[in-house]
Design a protein around this ligand. Sequence first.
Ligand SMILES: Cc1cc2nc3c(=O)[nH]c(=O)nc-3n(C[C@H](O)[C@H](O)[C@H](O)COP(=O)(O)OP(=O)(O)OC[C@H]3O[C@@H](n4cnc5c(N)ncnc54)[C@H](O)[C@@H]3O)c2cc1C
Length: 327
Amino acid sequence: MSILVFIERQAERWHPMSWEALAAGQQIARELNVPLYAAAVGAGLAAALAEVTANRLDRAVALDNELLRDYSADGFVIALRQAIDKFSPTLVLFPHTYQVRDFAPNLAASLKRPFVSDAVAVRLTDGRLGFVRQMYQGKLHADVTLDGEPPFFASLQSGSFRADQLQPAGQTAPVETLTVAIDPSQIRTRSEAPFRESKGEVDLSSARIIVSVGRGIKEEDNIGLARELAEAIGGELAASRPICDNGWLPLERQIGSSGQTVSPKLYVALGISGAIQHVVGMKGSQTIVAINRDPTAPIFELADYGVAADLFEIVPALTKALRAAAE
Ligand SMILES: Cc1cc2nc3c(=O)[nH]c(=O)nc-3n(C[C@H](O)[C@H](O)[C@H](O)COP(=O)(O)OP(=O)(O)OC[C@H]3O[C@@H](n4cnc5c(N)ncnc54)[C@H](O)[C@@H]3O)c2cc1C
């Protein structure tokens, strides 16, 4: 029995959600008392894995081949199949990133095994693995248990596990390079550069600070207030759905059940009521600050710090104070 966590390399760094998946892997491995492996797919990743072995695990594996330098679903499935053959993990865990969504169902299907996607929690009952998935826009939680033979496959929703709860290594784990046997003809697709919004290079799932704006902002012209605050604290701008529906900000910046799921260190909600469809996308944030003039707004049930006041008074003053502090 063992657990293998897939960690994703993105633009010369580990995708932040990889740390969350690793934290989940540590927790399950500890409870089941089984070894934990981390595996990355690419070319020449062994040196970068030193950062990963700073955390408690039994081995970090670089699944290596020059043909895997650029992402392809075919290549990643072949590489991980070879790691699964070698390590026979009971459970293969993934961060629920865009890349994982692309290849992990294919990997699981190639082994005729089920894939539990976008799970928000892991349950262990009498040593039996189960997962929790959200249904109907987060209104219901479903318990999913796994039958049959391992390996089992599951991806974890952003923010479901906390990277800051990763346990550091007592003794540094070895890094192993496994040369993947692969023929160029097996890779049938060539990926373009990963999606990024043309101007802002936005990847909200890895943003550390997010300033999110809701209908309380009233008019498109007022978005500038939120943008200035975001700039003053080095954050990304995001929004609730009505803002994106109005075309005031692009859809890529929408947070929620039909937008992005984020887990920044700091989430500042300006004039957002806290509807469930919004909350499912940001509840994993480490610290939530809400500014809303309605003290009964549901967002305050979630917020670590709440300001029940008019955002048009608070936000400019806050931006000014932050700028002054930075000078
Ligand atoms: C299928 C489905 C999917 C959905 N998906 C999403 C999604 O992905 N993301 C999402 O966000 N929503 C989603 N929604 C919409 C969701 O239900 C809510 O309607 C939406 O989140 C509300 O956005 P809001 O909080 O900005 O606006 P409102 O609910 O109108 O809240 C505005 C808030 O601003 C406050 N306010 C007003 N003026 C001021 C002021 N001057 N100063 C301070 N505060 C002020 C008010 O007190 C209020 O609480 C979805 C809905 C459905 C049905």
